[in-house]
Design a protein around this ligand. Structure first.
Ligand code: GUN
Ligand code: ZN
Length: 437
């Protein structure tokens, strides 16, 4: 990791501040939940946001002048696989073949602590270089891969939610645990990391097909014992996967029900995808408070299907957006959102810039129960902040110069920008990434 200067006691960042004070309505481009404060100063003392000023706060502050740039809360990626940077952009398969052909062989290498540690450092630096300051992450089945991620996140002061992946069947040698060994590893990891700095443990069930009913029951027990634990898994991503789950769990009403009946659905549950769910499943998600992490880039790349965002939102399901790298093809949240727009367009719907950006910031923090800490510029939040160029390159420059109102400008920014627009990422008030001059 590059050595960066220590945090200033009093830091003021000048630019166009954009965040949300509520949930934007579906389809509305002039939404009152949008808080845009052009050419303001974001005031940070130590690690926390202490206010916003329309004028220069003066000599008592270390001032960084980013006039004409966009300042956003750091993005929150609610579903991403750290070891899959090794297989991002792999050709030619749908989910189940993709796992066997590319993903499982790559994950086998993470049994080696040196591979796990180097992978964790590379991955978190890559997140920060894409404007993502907090994430819910899958490492591998190996305890050492979770330890490595937690330790690397603690060194960067990042909010990170992760846990050792549970999988005790339908996976190759070197990638299977068993119930008692897995329970021992989970308890040791929880003891060591959960609640340390900005780290939290997620009981991490890969997906129903790779856990025996006994392992799912153990995972449910862990969640019931400690309501402060998160849970992450995949659900109803691909039609062959859904059929397989129906054969493996004939007593379950649906794929989601496999998780519900063992107690894995609660307000700290993050379920990736959820494309092939029915009305009853949506009602269960709304009742339990479990959230769907929508992964449009992955869903397009793996040909999984088109998630119906307004249907899930209308049913009261909590929603966030996620890259799902390496099924997804970029860590850039703008690229994820641009793909999200296209997915909804294929459904005959329109995703506003506001619904998309909200899901990657305030919406994600609320769904994770972290809105007092991150996701917006409210008083006393931790200063996880990113500074962006509005335009990178002549086409974007030209297009943004023609934008007549804010939604048009921000929508064009999402669609035409990526990590090359990123100027700096701050984590708890400290610069952890700066673009080379
Ligand atoms: N389902 C089970 N494992 C995975 C994974 O690694 N990626 C995706 N996209 N889906 C999964
Ligand atoms: Zn995934």
């Amino acid at each position: 990791m590059t050595a960066l200067p220590p945090a200033a006691d009093r830091l003021a960042l000048r630019g166009d501040l954009l965040d949300f004070t509520g949930t934007p309505a579906w389809g509305r481009v002039d939404d009152p939940a949008v808080r845009f404060r052009p050419d303001h100063w974001l005031l940070v003392e130590g690690s926390r946001v202490v206010g916003v000023s329309a004028t220069d706060p003066g000599d008592g502050w270390q001032r960084e002048d980013h006039q004409g740039r966009l300042i956003l809360p750091g993005f929150i990626d609610t579903h991403v696989h750290s070891p899959q940077l090794d297989v991002i952009a792999s050709y030619g398969t749908e989910l189940l073949d993709w796992l066997n052909t590319y993903t499982f062989p790559a994950e086998q290498r993470y049994a080696d602590p040196l591979v796990a540690q180097a992978g964790a450092e590379r991955f978190l630096d890559a997140l920060l270089a894409h404007g993502t300051t907090a994430a819910v992450v899958y490492p591998t089945v190996h305890k050492v891969s979770a330890d490595a991620l937690f330790d690397a996140a603690a060194r960067r002061g990042m909010r990170l939610i992760t846990g050792k992946v549970l999988m005790d069947r339908h996976a190759p040698d070197g990638l299977r645990d068993d119930v008692s060994e897995a329970e021992r590893d989970c308890r040791a990891l929880i003891e060591r990391h959960h609640g340390r700095d900005r780290l939290a443990y997620a009981v991490t069930v890969r997906f129903a097909p790779t856990s025996t009913p006994e392992q799912l029951a153990m995972a449910g027990r862990l969640c019931r014992e400690d309501a402060s634990l998160y849970m992450q898994t995949h659900v109803a991503e691909n039609r062959s996967e859904v059929d397989w789950v129906a054969r493996l769990f004939p007593d379950a009403r649906s794929y989601l029900d496999v998780y519900d009946r063992v107690g894995l659905l609660h307000p700290r549950s993050v379920l990736a995808h959820g494309i092939w769910l029915d009305d009853q499943d949506h009602a269960v998600l709304a009742r339990t408070g479990a959230q769907i992490a929508h992964c449009p880039s992955s869903n397009l790349f793996l040909g999984s299907g088109l998630f119906d965002w307004p249907r899930a939102q209308a049913a009261g399901v909590r929603l966030s957006v996620a890259s799902d790298v390496g099924g997804g093809t970029s860590l850039s949240t703008q690229r994820t959102l641009a793909d999200g727009y296209k997915v909804q367009a294929l459904n005959g719907q329109r995703l506003t810039a506001w619904c998309g950006l909200h899901a990657a910031t305030l919406g994600a923090s609320q769904a994770l129960g972290l809105s007092e800490e991150i996701g917006h510029f409210g008083m006393d939040t931790l200063a996880d902040v990113c500074i962006w160029d509005w335009a990178h390159g002549t086409v974007a420059d030209h297009r943004l110069s023609l934008a007549r109102e804010l939604h048009e400008k921000v929508f064009a920014w999402i669609t035409l920008s990526d990590e090359r627009n990123l100027v700096a990422s701050y984590v708890a008030g400290r610069a952890r990434y700066r673009r080379s001059p």
